[in-house]
Design a protein around this ligand. Structure first.
Ligand code: ZN
Length: 332
């Protein structure tokens, strides 16, 4: 374990020790507190001896996300007891159900047609994806696609947190830059430093005017009659600095135009020769996107191109792709 990491865990362990000590007067004679204090002290000892974070069975490093969530664990996932394994699998199943219940409906939304593919690498995903009709103006849609740092249950919980936060913020008046700014402040206040998220936030109108705030996320792609272009990031990821600004990029989309949002799991997919799929290849493969006439076919084409490129190599990250297409039918 490198020094900076050890310092993080030492801090975490000492904080837990202080918390346990402060609980003692409220639970006099509690054997549980005694036992946990002993475990914390053992962990601090292992940290000073350099064996902290290694599985006591196989001596391989324990999964970092799990250790961050519970700095007292002593075994890697492969070496849990039957009971621990059952509990772990139950937790993952619950996390997956929670996550699936939060996914938005694909299909027609007024003058827009939306389709997406949400594919976790493991049981749960750290990608965030939502479509929200704005309360303050039901002709406007918010489309959100983000990527939470980290993996596993921790990332999926932060994803649920973002879901609830943006659902709530979307009911307020104001532009998406204000919504994203406030979300950033809330995340800065409420999560650990290691918790941050990139996000593309899109607001559509019935007349095809679209605003995009890109907070450190992979550039959304626009396909119009004149070709394809990227919408670069104009802000840092959310949850890093509370003063962040996220100026929106405005575009005009005509009937048939397509906006593609995706997570880095798509463009950072690597083939057997160590090459990335990349935004250039993604864009080139979708030049005919406007002629496909529906967003589901566009997402399918994108995935076919990726699978051809990977040629059997496995994905290495959560992956989300979402296509928003302005329908031919022009809204009033
Ligand atoms: Zn092990």
């Amino acid at each position: 374990m490198v020094t900076a990491e050890a310092a993080v865990f030492e801090n975490e362990l000492r904080e837990r020790r202080t918390r346990l000590e402060s609980l003692r007067p409220r639970m006099p004679g509690s054997s549980e507190i005694q036992m946990l204090l002993r475990e914390v002290d053992d962990a601090l000892l292992r940290l000073s001896q350099g064996s902290y974070g290694l599985c006591e069975e196989c001596h391989d490093p324990i999964e970092k996300e799990r250790l961050l969530a519970d700095p007292l664990i002593r075994f890697c996932l492969d070496h849990l007891t039957v009971q621990e394994r059952r509990a772990f699998e139950q937790d993952m199943e619950t996390a997956r159900n929670v996550q699936n219940a939060l996914l938005p409906k694909a299909g027609l939304y007024a003058a827009w047609e939306i389709h997406y593919l949400y594919q976790p690498l493991g049981v749960v995903s750290g990608d965030y994806c939502d479509v929200v009709v704005r309360d303050s103006d039901p002709t406007r849609l918010l489309v959100l696609l983000g990527d939470v740092a980290g993996k596993g249950v921790g990332a999926s919980l932060l994803m649920s947190h973002m879901h609830a936060m943006f659902r709530s913020l979307s009911t307020q008046r104001g532009g998406i830059d204000q919504i994203v700014e406030q979300a950033n402040r809330l995340l800065c206040e409420s999560t650990q430093q290691s918790h941050y998220a990139t996000l593309a936030c899109v607001e559509t109108t019935p007349t095809g005017e679209v605003e995009v705030c890109n907070a450190g996320h992979c550039s959304p792609l626009v396909f119009c009659r004149h070709g394809a272009s990227e919408i670069a990031s104009t802000g840092l990821p959310l949850g890093l600095f509370s003063t962040g600004k996220f100026p929106p990029t405005k575009i005009q989309m005509e009937p048939g135009d397509v906006l593609l949002l995706y997570s880095d799991g798509l463009i950072e997919s690597e083939n057997a020769t160590g090459e990335y799929f990349g935004a250039g290849r993604l864009m080139a493969g979708l030049q005919g996107a406007r002629d496909l006439f529906n967003s589901e076919a566009i997402v399918d084409l994108c995935m076919r191109n990726l699978s051809k490129f990977l040629d059997g190599s496995k994905l290495n990250d959560d992956l989300t792709v979402l296509a928003i297409r302005r329908t031919e039918r022009s809204a009033a």
